[in-house]
Design a binder for this molecule. Structure first.
Ligand SMILES: [Zn+2]
Length: 521
């Protein structure tokens, strides 16, 4: 790997800042030692290292080996994609995928296992339909899941069968569970490979750091190994999951940092207060506008959020609680307050998606960070009003209101739920439109941010959410050399999405270089 991090003197990096100043940045080891005005006017633009404050690295890496079957035009076409993916598969693993749609086939009939058997006679294959409501298995997968002509259709599901009664390979709705139960959880080797694969993608998108939202002790040990052996390239600020066994382990071990440049940190706990808006699981103060008897789901009782918070405060852990609905946000703030949370503890609410505007000042009082994902707003905008009605939209994805109330704002993407590319998040934050500019002027346009405000939330805001702002997140002497270089100015949202990442530097190490990545291709 090319490295700027050596003792030999080397030329400073000359680039424009996002504000337009031409600067020469000199490094020594992993640190920035000088930032001076420079004369020449390069087209490249350097920003402090971008951080995604909410992602799932292992989940992203695992999803990358799933075959993408969107747009394939026949069962044979889908099978060819499956065949192409087989060599990348870990020995013994199942090949999984998603995205097929029989409506695109010439006969519009459901596919059968025969097409998959032709390319994968020995490897179990299970690929989901584009909507997730049906799955297509090959014979080996059916064999391992013990789905035979004798297997009855489960309640809420259907096993499609041919004229002789043999399963065809397609399982509808709850019948997919038969397969889910048979697919083994990823092995340690698969998890390690998933992390390495995900980090390659993330650094190529200009990210220098990610907040990993919820890991088990097994995954923590894999990260510690990668960090200590120098194989971790991107900074990972990780959260423990909050199941009882993991919590005991977390409190037993205490907050951790590892790796030569402390690339891996584990000092937070992820808690779930409610579900999601799309499936009407977000916990609302008043019923859903399109489901008048439903106020959503409480995933973790508030006494438990309070108890975890107390223990976390005593043990030096931060707590980050997923809260989407306005009731969940309100209740979590109250639980934090009862536990004695102060601004110094920097507790967080993840998503803070639908918030009663009256509760926003409470975030500032308690110093609770709003960790939000701009692309969730643009993904949800087509149907959010149906769920919430007009009035509740005042506090929906309301990142400008948080800034106005002096709440710390950290931005991320929630990859792989959304795409991990931070350019998309910056675009969504600034425009509140989809990439085609719809709706014109933006959805709830008073909540749009300036490019500078959006960049702040993806840099300084995200580092504050990880207690890192004193040593990274800005381009100034003394800070760790974490930065991202674009091929031109970030002056308009349209430009932001068109820009290429030229270089990503973490702790003085070039972890992504477009010129060598081009050659390697
Ligand atoms: Zn998430």
């Amino acid at each position: 790997m090319p490295s700027l991090q050596s003792d030999a003197p080397r030329p400073p990096l000359v680039a424009r800042t996002a504000q337009g100043d031409v600067v020469a940045i000199s490094l020594a080891g992993s640190r920035i030692v000088r930032v001076e005005p420079a004369r020449s006017a390069p087209s490249s633009v350097v920003v402090p290292g971008l951080t995604d404050a909410h992602g799932h690295v292992v989940g992203l890496g695992l999803s990358l080996v799933k075959v993408d079957l969107r747009g394939c035009r026949s069962p044979a076409d889908c099978a060819a994609r499956v065949q192409a993916a087989l060599p990348k598969l870990a020995p013994g693993a199942w090949l999984q995928g998603r995205g097929w749609d029989q409506n695109l086939y010439p006969d519009q009939q459901f596919p059968t296992r025969a097409a998959l058997d032709a390319v994968a006679p020995d490897t179990p294959v299970f690929v989901r339909r584009v909507d997730g409501h049906a799955g297509w298995a090959n014979s080996e997968a059916l064999r391992r899941a013990r789905v035979t002509r004798e297997t009855p259709d489960p309640p809420g599901g259907r096993i499609l069968r041919d004229a002789s009664g043999e399963p065809t390979g397609v399982l509808v709705d709850r019948a997919e569970d038969l397969m889910e139960k048979a697919i083994p959880p990823p092995s340690e080797v698969e998890i390690e490979q998933a992390i390495l694969r995900a980090q390659d993608l993330l650094v190529s998108q200009g990210l220098t750091s990610v907040h990993e939202m919820g890991i088990s002790p097994l995954v923590a040990d894999i990260y510690l190994r990668l960090a200590r052996s120098g194989r971790l390239k991107i900074r990972v600020y990780a959260h423990w999951t909050s199941d009882p066994a993991t919590l005991e382990e977390a409190f037993r071990r205490g907050p951790l940092r590892a790796g030569a440049d402390e690339l891996f940190t584990l000092r937070s706990i992820k808690v779930y207060a409610d579900g999601a808006l799309g499936s009407r699981g977000a916990h609302l103060k008043a019923p859903y506008s399109d489901d008048p008897h439903n106020t959503g789901i409480v995933v973790t009782p508030m006494q438990e959020v309070e108890a975890i918070s107390r223990r976390a405060l005593a043990a030096g852990f931060q707590v980050s609680t997923h809260a989407i609905g306005d009731a969940a946000n309100h209740d979590v703030l109250e639980a934090y307050a009862r536990a004695g949370v102060t601004p110094a503890a920097r507790f967080r609410i993840e998503h803070a998606q639908i918030v009663d505007v009256a509760d926003i000042p409470r975030f500032a009082q308690l110093g609770v960070i709003a960790s939000m994902q701009p692309t969730h707003a643009t993904s949800d905008m087509p149907w959010a009003e149906k769920r919430l009605g007009r009035q509740r939209l005042a506090g929906a994805y309301a990142w400008h209101r948080f800034l106005d109330a002096h709440v710390h704002l950290a931005f991320g993407s929630d990859f792989p739920v959304e795409l991990s590319d931070p350019r998309l998040g910056l675009f969504a934050a600034v425009t509140r439109t989809d990439l085609d500019g719809r709706p014109p002027g933006g959805w709830l346009p008073d909540q749009r941010l300036t490019v500078e405000e959006a960049l702040h939330a993806f840099t300084v805001g995200a580092t504050y959410a990880a207690f890192e702002e004193e040593w990274r997140g800005e381009l100034r002497p003394g800070q760790t050399a974490d930065f991202t270089v674009f091929d031109g100015p970030l002056d308009t949202p349209e430009h932001i999405v068109q820009r290429k990442i030229l270089m990503t530097v973490v702790a003085g190490r070039v972890v992504y270089d477009a010129s060598t990545a081009e050659q390697a291709r």
